[in-house]
Design a protein around this ligand. Structure first.
Ligand SMILES: C[S@@+](CC[C@H](N)C(=O)[O-])C[C@H]1O[C@@H](n2cnc3c(N)ncnc32)[C@H](O)[C@@H]1O
Length: 194
């Protein structure tokens, strides 16, 4: 997915700070760290047990020198003026995705990018009545929306938010650039910049 973003791979090769927000067990953080040895990777999740697992994985993979995992919410992870901030399948789970992306904008370097990876969805329910969309709606109702509603704001974007609603989140957070970089039957990949 990263090569689909404009100018990001070159920066990763040169060496930048990367935040993987809502990283869970940190598999995405580890995969990126292996591919880009000159960059430093910071995985954040507010779930302590996930971060414990992620730390063990980094040790097993021999990457502890440039991969760090810390417990932090999407709205208060530390400012390192990141060249890349990633959300893999997690922004829609958050109660306050606008608050999260506002924070991301503050801690993103001037020429940095946000990579948003979300479940693929069209903008209208009728676009998503297919096997993949039905599966996502079921999971979203029982897991994603329920989780979002348990956090402050409780926006409940859901796993079938679609590009237009996601763009609105970034617009409210004052991002001026929001572009669909790629799509697969399962994922929508977006690049956002200041
Ligand atoms: C569906 S999982 C995705 C995990 C990982 N990114 C992946 O692709 O495997 C969503 C993650 O978002 C995290 N999360 C939810 N709300 C959060 C918040 N407000 N701040 C930080 N992490 C959050 C959860 O703890 C969970 O690990």
């Amino acid at each position: 997915m990263l090569p689909a973003l404009d100018g990001v791979v070159e920066k990763l090769e040169d060496g930048i700070e990367v935040a993987d927000v809502g990283c869970g067990y940190g598999h995405s953080t580890i995969i990126m760290a292996k591919a880009f040895p000159n960059s430093r990777f910071h995985g954040f999740d507010y779930h302590q047990e996930s971060i414990d697992e992620a730390r063990e994985l980094a040790i097993e993979e021999g990457l502890s020198d440039r991969v760090r995992f810390d417990v932090a919410s999407a709205k208060d992870f530390p400012d390192r003026q990141y060249g890349l901030i990633c959300y893999f399948d997690c922004l829609h789970d958050m109660g306050d995705p606008v608050g999260a992306t506002k924070h991301a904008r503050q801690v993103l370097s001037k020429d940095g990018s946000v990579m948003l990876v979300e479940p693929f969805a069209g903008d209208h329910v009728q676009d998503n009545i297919n096997p993949v969309g039905r599966m996502y709606y079921a999971a979203s109702t029982t897991l994603c929306c329920a989780h979002s509603m348990s956090e402050e704001v409780g926006l409940a974007l859901g796993a079938q938010a679609g590009e237009a609603q996601l763009a609105e989140v970034f617009h409210e957070a004052a991002f001026s650039y929001f572009n669909r970089a790629a799509e697969t039957p399962f994922n929508l990949i977006v690049q956002a910049r200041h």
